[in-house]
Design a protein around this ligand. Structure first.
Ligand SMILES: Cc1cc2nc3c(=O)[nH]c(=O)nc-3n(C[C@H](O)[C@H](O)[C@H](O)COP(=O)(O)OP(=O)(O)OC[C@H]3O[C@@H](n4cnc5c(N)ncnc54)[C@H](O)[C@@H]3O)c2cc1C
Length: 493
């Protein structure tokens, strides 16, 4: 059995109890016993599709549906709500602990939230702080919300899903050292970042104390600079998702696992009919009517919104990017790196190409994750289909897609370089952070899929790739979906 399947389920995790590993197409997904209801369905179906009516339908059981569902259940306890999940447990796609980096993104260490501002001679003047402040405020709102849920007894002990972890921004080499210093200068007086400390290149003893693995065996002449924020977090988003969905059900929410949404259409009464299928004793199909639909389908949100036929999604496409983590479980090594360390990527490199060396606690198990090493896929979800990208390609998004891809060849080159990277090549990358890394301590496991947004640039009308997240809804506000790479970060996780 693989490391990943061994570690994925915490001991007390009823959702995850299973005998075999979830892997690629072996993941059990809902399959109908009969063809989809369509024009010939009257000849082929054994039984009539079930009909149900509720107030709210949530598609997917990832962290976003879990959050929206729980919030709505608290606000409107009497409303009937159903959540449909095609897999056998909540939080098994991007929200699973092994499929993301588990960083509580508060801007304490991520270099890509602060953009460089240059002097006229090309030297670094300062960095911008508007984005990093916004990200930090958003994450602090999440923490307040989680605290509220914990105090109310709707979330279990925080120790089962969130841990304090120092967040360290690392600069290696002259240019990166300059960047880390300027970033510190620009951020340190802001109350949000007041606890940030700096470790200058000459403070070698301090650097060894902050991050021993980063310093051991490193060439002493190599300039190194770090900043540290002591109240950073590592979050097991998979455990958080499952806990929220337990609370959603305790408040009366109805979760249906192994149930895939196949279609959704708006009726003349303004209500949505969401067609689901299961491998069931009856027809397997059900028509579920609701006033409001939340599309928390992760990478498949685009396909669902396209099926809904809302014009607001026209022009959007997704670029799926996946990858691998390197995982270290040697307890002696893990004990020396109870921090998360992010460093700037190569000049012009996209945000997801910036690897990091992270202390993680997933399902109660401590370990280190390094990466991700990027790679290309046609699937929009880890347990999606290789046809996802073809299905999403429509006449209205072909030109933006061509435009965005032609402008982002560097991303394709980066992904291809990582795809063909050997074990030794990956070890070389790990050793950039941890010079004495022992190859026998590291194994490679797959990460989740990020479905990056492709859309028309509102200014130029040409295709562009966007690394953030967008909320797409119809004009009546009766269907809302999240597109993009990190919807979890967009709102209250
Ligand atoms: C490599 C990587 C690293 C990341 N690192 C971080 C990080 O450090 N910090 C952070 O905050 N975020 C991070 N993210 C982003 C974060 O993981 C996601 O933003 C978040 O998990 C998305 O949650 P979601 O609920 O929208 O989607 P998901 O968790 O993907 O859930 C979608 C669910 O919908 C289900 N579904 C889809 N279609 C259907 C259908 N038709 N019928 C029924 N069910 C359906 C899926 O099976 C799935 O369970 C990372 C992502 C990746 C890939």
């Amino acid at each position: 059995m693989s490391l990943e399947s061994d570690l994925k389920a915490p001991a007390d995790d009823n959702f995850n109890k299973r005998d075999g590993p979830f892997r690629g197409s072996s993941m059990r997904v809902a399959k109908p016993t009969t063809p989809a209801p369509g024009c010939f369905s009257c000849f082929t179906m054994r039984a009539k599709p079930k009909e149900r009516e509720v107030d709210v339908i949530l598609i997917g059981a990832g962290v976003m549906s879990a959050t929206v569902g729980l919030m709505l259940k608290e606000l409107e306890p009497e409303w009937k709500m159903m959540m449909f999940e095609r897999l056998g447990a909540p939080g098994e796609e991007s929200s699973n602990g092994f499929n993301n980096a588990g960083t509580g993104h508060a801007g304490f260490m991520e270099p890509n939230y602060t953009k460089e501002v240059k002097n006229s001679d090309g030297s670094l003047k300062t960095v911008t702080t508007d984005k990093v402040e916004h990200v930090c405020e958003q994450f602090l709102s999440s923490r307040q919300y989680w605290e509220y849920l914990t105090r109310k007894g709707l979330l279990p002990s925080p120790d089962s899903w969130i841990h304090q972890t120092n967040h360290i921004a690392l600069g290696v080499g002259k240019d990166q050292v300059e960047f880390i210093k300027k970033r510190y200068e620009a951020m340190k007086d802001n109350p949000l970042f007041k606890s940030m400390e700096i470790c200058l290149p000459e403070e070698k003893a301090k650097a060894k104390e902050w991050a021993p693995l980063i310093m051991k065996g490193r060439d002493p002449s190599e300039p190194i600079c770090m900043t540290k924020v002591p109240h950073g977090t590592d979050v097991d988003y998979g455990a958080l998702t499952k806990a929220k969905i337990v609370a959603f059900q305790e408040l009366g929410g109805d979760l249906r696992l192994h149930t895939e949404v196949k279609d959704l259409k708006k009726g003349s009464d303004g209500k949505w009919t969401v067609t689901t299928c299961v491998n069931g004793a009856g027809s397997g199909w059900a028509y579920n009517k609701a006033k409001f639909v939340f599309v928390g389908a992760g990478g498949w949100a685009l396909l669902m919104l396209q099926k809904a036929g809302i014009p607001e999604v026209n022009g959007y496409m997704a670029l799926p990017v996946t990858g691998d983590w390197a995982v270290c479980q040697n307890p002696e090594v893990v004990a020396q790196h109870k921090v998360k360390v992010y460093a700037p990527g190569a000049p012009g490199a996209p945000p997801m190409s910036m690897p990091h060396l992270d202390y993680r606690t997933i399902g109660g198990k401590e370990m280190l994750l390094f990466g991700p090493f990027g790679s290309m896929t046609m699937k929009f979800l880890r347990y999606g289909s290789v046809l996802d990208a073809f299905k999403a390609l429509k006449p209205h998004n072909i030109l933006p897609t061509i435009g965005a891809l032609s402008k982002n060849l560097s991303l394709a080159v980066m992904l291809m370089t990582d795809v063909f990277k050997s074990g030794a090549g990956k070890l070389h990358d790990i050793r950039h952070y941890y010079p004495e890394a022992d190859p026998d301590d590291w194994v490679f496991i797959p990460a989740g899929v990020r479905a990056q947004i492709i859309k028309k640039d509102p200014k130029t009308g040409k295709g562009m790739l966007q690394f953030g997240t967008e909320v797409v809804s119809n004009k009546e506000g009766t269907i809302v979906g999240l597109l993009g790479a990190s919807p979890g970060r967009l709102s209250l996780q």
